[in-house]
Every structure is written in structure tokens, then in C-alpha cells.
Design a protein around this ligand. Structure first.
Ligand code: ZN
Length: 281
């Protein structure tokens, strides 16, 4: 199943990528609010599997919002691919990866224009993003997928000067400028993917590929992350986890490279879809 946020309304996507409005198709049983569906995830999935849906309507991806626009918690994972940890000069984590938050005001849909912070070094980080579908507290890795509603694509846009400023790094602020958390284009349930633990992801700047990886190379897989995080936090339906970025970020290049006025960044995860950001001063 694929769902999306079309102009702030929850839609189901048909096999032909047409949008069906959930509130109308369910005669009001499920809210039009894309965030609310995660608190009713099991009944929603049961309904969606057997519902007789009306004909969908075509749409422009630029009309999409984030499939989880207002998560209670928005977690980011650092250094979760070995080659990326190496390029940043940090040690590879062994028992627990670095965890930070991206503030919710930075969330957007998949197709946006993003203003570059003045004097900053704005960098790309394509990431697999997990949305929680059932409360998770001290969940083991074996049952972790049962607590996941689905997967989407995300960009963990990062302004490196702010991120590294001060006596300890400011990951949360450096990654939370307006528009720095695009997500989408849709949420895909794990059963739709041949292997949800091995997805190709990448991004390109002005058509030049800069990141390409596979999620099988995550140091802490999706189940491991849900287990590690839920050992400490309670994860609630609708919470979002950015799972970390593969190698190829601008910070790790020689010479370093950052996003400039007019650049276009296209990010993808095979089986999920594409994000498209253009940057301006
Ligand atoms: Zn990241």
C-alpha cells in the first residue's frame, strides 16, 4: 500500500499512481489529516485492503506534502554507514549510533525551493526514513518491523558551519533550517518492497550523481534502530526516524563542495520515489 499527503489531505495511491481521498472513500471513518492515520494504523490497513475504491485522480508531485507532516518525535541517526563515518573522520559507532532531532518546523513535502542560509555550507544527505505505526517500547529486533507503518525518502539537509559550531556539535540546529527536512513522495508499506532491508538510494546535484548506496550497508538496520531506540525512548505512531546517509556528502569531498544558488538536488530511493529541491539565496 502507498499513501501520500496531497494538499494536506490523506490519499491512497492506486497502482496507476492516481490519488483516492481517504476521508471521502471511507465516508468519514478515517480523518483527512495525513498525520492522524498512524494512530489508527491497524484498522486503516484492514479497511484499505478490502475497500472498493472510486476512480483516483492524477496529481502533480509538487502538490504533495510530507507523508508524516507533524511527527511527535523526529529522530536523526548519524554515522550509520561505514564509508560515511570514514569520510567524516569520525569513529564508526559500535553499540549505539549518534542520535539527534530535526525540529518539526523544517519538514516539507518532496518538491520544494529551499533558501540557503547566509554564509552557510549547506550539504546533502539522502536517507531512508521510517514512520512508526504502532507504539514501540523495549521492542526486540525480531518484531521491530511490526511497529513500522512504512518507509519514505528523506533529505537530511545540513548546514555544516552551524552543525559543527561551539564546544559540542549542534546537529539539531544545523539540520533544522526552514525546508531542511523534505520527505516523500509517498509512504510505502514494507510488504510492497521485495526486500525492505536492501533498498538502493542516491542523489544527484545538477544531474551529477553524488551519493549512491544500499540500505543493506546500514550499520544499524531498521529493526536494530527500532530496538536500540525503543530500549530508551517510547516510539509513538507517526514518529519519524531518518536512518543515516551513505557516503558522498559534500563535507567529505576533496575539495569540499556545498549547495549553491540555482543548484537542483534530486534524491531517490528505488521502489519509493523521488525528491526534488532547488536552492536559492
Ligand atoms: Zn543525516
Amino acid at each position: 500500500m502507498r499513501i501520500a499527503n496531497l494538499d494536506n489531505r490523506l490519499v491512497l495511491l492506486t497502482d496507476d499512481a492516481l490519488a483516492v481521498d481517504v476521508e471521502r472513500a471511507s465516508a468519514g471513518r478515517f480523518s483527512s489529516d495525513p498525520q492522524q492515520v498512524y494512530s489508527q494504523w491497524a484498522p486503516f490497513r484492514a479497511w484499505a485492503e478490502q475497500a472498493e475504491l472510486p476512480q483516483g485522480t492524477p496529481f502533480d508531485p509538487a502538490e504533495l506534502g510530507s507523508p508524516a507532516p507533524r511527527p511527535g518525535q523526529l529522530l536523526g541517526i548519524g554515522l550509520n554507514y561505514r564509508a560515511h563515518a570514514d569520510e567524516t573522520g569520525f569513529t564508526v559507532p559500535d553499540t549505539l549510533p549518534p542520535v539527534f532531532t530535526k525540529f518539526g518546523s523544517s519538514i516539507t513535502g518532496p518538491v520544494t525551493r529551499v533558501r540557503l542560509p547566509e554564509g552557510g555550507h549547506t550539504d546533502w544527505e539522502v536517507e531512508l526514513v521510517v514512520v512508526i505505526g504502532a507504539q514501540a517500547r523495549q521492542v526486540d529486533a525480531e518484531s521491530a518491523w511490526q511497529h513500522v507503518a512504512g518507509l519514505t525518502a528523506g533529505q537530511d539537509l545540513s548546514e555544516r558551519i552551524t552543525q559543527m559550531a561551539g564546544p559540542v556539535p549542534q546537529f539539531s540546529l544545523g539540520k533544522s533550517f526552514p525546508g531542511f527536512t523534505p520527505m516523500g513522495p509517498c509512504l510505502v508499506t514494507p510488504d510492497e518492497l521485495a526486500d525492505p532491508d536492501d533498498l538502493e538510494l542516491g542523489c544527484a546535484v545538477n544531474g551529477e550523481s553524488v551519493q549512491k548506496g544500499r540500505t543493506r550497508d546500514l550499520i544499524f538496520s531498521v529493526p536494530a534502530l527500532v530496538a536500540k531506540l525503543s530500549a530508551i525512548l517510547t516510539l509513538q505512531p507517526g514518529d519519524v526516524i531518518f536512518t543515516g546517509t551513505p557516503s558522498g556528502v559534500g563535507l567529505g569531498r576533496t575539495p569540499q563542495r556545498f549547495l549553491a544558488d540555482g543548484d537542483e538536488l534530486v534524491s531517490h530511493i528505488k521502489g519509493i520515489g523521488e525528491l526534488r529541491q532547488t536552492f536559492h539565496r
